[in-house]
Every structure is written in structure tokens, then in C-alpha cells.
Design a protein around this ligand. Structure first.
Ligand code: MRU
Length: 369
């Protein structure tokens, strides 16, 4: 996508072909800073400390992390250690494990001397596959937005109101995004849009990243506190909800940023369609029950008790919100049961959030479930 008119991605190989460059997302929305990763330790830190985040981007960064590991030492032992180090960086998004498994399956059978070139080539291909999948997913999602808009227009509406949670835009992927990809396609198609952006405490990926993306693209939006969505839906101010996913089970349960479940409940109660956009690499074909099987990341409680922002004189500050001595807990994700999901939007098309729905698009996975 464009940033101030310049086509930009979230991750790319450095000009020397050895390191990898990323946008440090902890510095947005106030500063656009590019950081170079040179080692597998850098890649792990970038994922763990959320310089990069979002399930698809975590996966591609981990793939480049394996390439950086092989660059330093292409032995089996080092490859295994790199796999374990990167896999432990964040537990919930299955794209991380998917990407690491792909890299290990490719590299393990190769002689050490052939691993470096193969690793960089596969990581780069994975980045391109992510871009292509999200572009396709955006086009499939557009059909849903077109039919919603046709109904709203017939009812006299002047714009389509969409609510999204967290950041599932291009900053969460290599390019295009998942939940925001249909929105970008709809904007191009001339549908008048307005996006309600959940702030998404505690790390504020909505207020800082989704709002930033929509500003860059010139799409009308309004940031709301996380608790406002239900009220807006009760008053007919939300036509549909689209979110992304960190892991979707083979039966269509969706794990996504904490707070997603509450939006799905409110959407169900108010008859608002609740769509989830995800590439196939986000489906964990090995599990069925999301609540029982998906590991939910718990992060530092300081992300709840403190907040970062820019003062009036331009200084980035961290301030404490809670009293000294009050404990806090910081769950990163929750699970929305398939029964609350209206449709899944994937790079292969739109389907019901169910085993049959997913298998209709991914028939080759029939033997896995
Ligand atoms: O903790 P984050 O910022 O990595 O969480 C990101 C999300 O929950 C996104 O909605 C999800 O990864 C889908 S991204 C296309």
C-alpha cells in the first residue's frame, strides 16, 4: 500500500541481500522508523516485542529469521535451535509455526552448503504468496461489501459503516492486510465507506495502526473505545463487522485479538453480519475446539497498567494508569465460536465457518481433519 504516495511493505530484504528490513510498528503512529534485522536473535526480538505483529507478518518474519540463522551457521543443530527460538516468540498465531515448519521441511534435506540460498528464496516466496493471498481475499470480500452496500443504498444510506477490531490491515501482513483488504478493494470500487476503529486496548493496534493505515489511504474512519461497538450496533450504526484471525480451527472457531468475542456477541444480538478474513495459513487443521486447544498468549501486565503516547510538545511518554499495587492481567486473544461467525473470507473464496465450509475451499485438507 502507499504511504504518502510511496508503495511500502512491512518487510523486505536489505539492499545487500543479507539482512532484512522492517517497519518498527512500536513507533507508529508518531514515527515511521525502519529497522534492520541481521540475526535470528533480532528476528525473535522483533516478533516477541511486537516491532512486527499480526499473524501473517509474524510468519514471514520467522521465515526470514530462519534464513538469518542459516546465514550465520547452516548446521542441523543451529537450524533446530533457530526453529525452537522463533517458535517460542509468540504462542497464539499459527502462521508462525506454519512458516517455521515450511522452512524446516525445505532446509533439513538439503546439504548445509545449499541451505542459505534456498532459505532466502523460500522466505521471499512466502512474502509474495502472502501478498497474493491477501489481494485475492480482498477481491472475494469485496463481493460481500458490494451486496451489503446495495442493500444499504436501497434503504437510503449514504455510506457503508464497517466496524473492525485490532489491526488486520497491511501492517499485520506483508501487504494488503486481511480484514482491511476488502475495505481497500471497496474504496477502489467507489463504495462510500466509513470504518469504526476499535482502539484495541491494551496495545491500541486499532487506534495507532488501523487509524494510521486508513489515514494514509484517505478512508473515512472514527476511532472508538473498545466498549462502544455494542451501543453503535444497537443504534443501527454498524452495517457489518470484519476482523482478522490468528488461528482458526478446522471447524471454524476463530481466535483473534482480545475483545473480538464480545464484538461477535453484540453483532449476533443485533443481526449485524460478522465476517472473519484469513489466509489458509491461519487455519490450524489439527484442532477442532478453539476454546480447549488454542494457547492464549498472556503478556506483561505493564501493557495494561501503563500507556504510551505523545505529549503536546512532541515527546513520547509512558504513563501509569492504575494505582500502585493493583495487579493486572493481560490476555492477548480470545476465541469466537464458529456459531457467531457469519462467513469466513479466504483467498479461495467465501465459506461458512464450519468443517464443511472450510473443506469446500481446501479439499486437499480432507485427510487432515
Ligand atoms: O497481538 P497482535 O497485534 O499480533 O494481534 C494481531 C491480531 O489479532 C490480528 O487481528 C490478527 O493477527 C489477524 S492479522 C491479519
Amino acid at each position: 500500500m502507499n504511504v504518502n504516495g510511496v508503495p511500502t511493505r512491512t518487510i523486505w530484504p536489505a539492499a545487500d541481500g543479507l539482512g532484512v528490513e522492517i517497519i518498527d510498528q512500536t513507533r507508529l503512529p508518531h514515527d515511521l522508523v525502519v529497522v534492520r534485522l541481521d540475526t535470528v536473535e533480532h528476528a525473535e526480538r522483533a516478533i516477541r516485542d511486537m516491532w512486527v505483529r499480526g499473524a501473517p507478518l509474524i510468519g514471514v518474519t520467522a521465515a526470514y529469521g530462519m534464513a538469518l540463522a542459516v546465514l550465520a551457521d547452516a548446521s542441523d543443530d543451529h537450524l533446530d535451535a533457530a526453529y525452537r527460538r522463533l517458535a517460542a516468540a509468540r504462542p497464539t498465531a499459527v502462521n508462525l509455526r506454519w512458516a517455521l515448519d515450511e522452512m524446516r521441511a525445505l532446509l533439513q534435506p538439503l546439504p548445509a552448503a545449499g541451505r542459505r540460498a534456498a532459505a532466502y528464496a523460500r522466505a521471499a516466496a512466502m512474502a509474495e504468496e502472502d501478498v497474493a493471498a491477501n489481494a485475492d481475499l480482498g477481491r472475494h470480500g469485496l463481493t460481500l461489501l458490494e451486496s451489503s452496500w446495495a442493500k444499504r443504498q436501497a434503504a437510503g444510506a449514504s455510506r457503508l459503516n464497517i466496524l473492525t477490531h485490532c489491526n488486520a490491515g497491511w501492517l499485520a501482513t506483508v501487504d494488503w492486510g486481511t480484514a482491511l483488504a476488502p475495505i481497500y478493494q471497496a474504496e477502489k470500487a467507489g463504495i462510500p465507506l466509513h470504518v469504526w476503529v476499535d482502539e484495541t486496548r491494551p496495545r491500541n493496534q486499532g487506534a495507532s495502526l488501523t487509524a494510521c493505515e486508513l489515514n494514509w489511504q484517505g478512508i473515512a474512519h472514527t476511532v472508538i473505545v473498545d466498549n462502544a461497538g455494542g451501543h453503535l450496533m444497537q443504534h443501527g450504526l454498524v452495517d457489518l463487522v470484519i476482523v482478522g484471525s490468528d488461528r482458526t480451527t478446522a471447524t471454524g472457531d476463530v481466535c483473534n485479538k482480545i475483545g473480538t468475542y464480545l464484538k461477535a456477541l453484540a453483532a449476533k444480538d443485533n443481526g449485524v453480519p460478522f465476517y472473519v478474513a484469513l489466509p489458509g495459513s491461519t487455519v490450524d487443521w489439527g484442532i477442532e475446539d478453539g476454546l480447549a486447544s488454542i494457547p492464549i498468549e498472556q503478556r506483561d501486565p505493564a501493557e495494561v497498567t501503563h500507556i504510551t503516547g505523545r505529549s503536546a510538545d512532541g515527546v513520547i511518554l509512558v504513563v501509569q494508569l492504575t494505582p500502585d499495587g493493583s495487579p493486572a492481567v493481560n490476555y492477548g486473544f480470545d476465541v469466537t465460536p464458529a456459531r457467531l461467525v457469519t462467513r469466513l473470507i479466504t483467498e479461495r473464496g467465501v465459506c461458512a465457518a464450519s468443517r464443511d465450509g472450510l473443506l469446500s475451499l481446501y479439499p486437499e485438507k480432507r485427510s487432515h481433519v
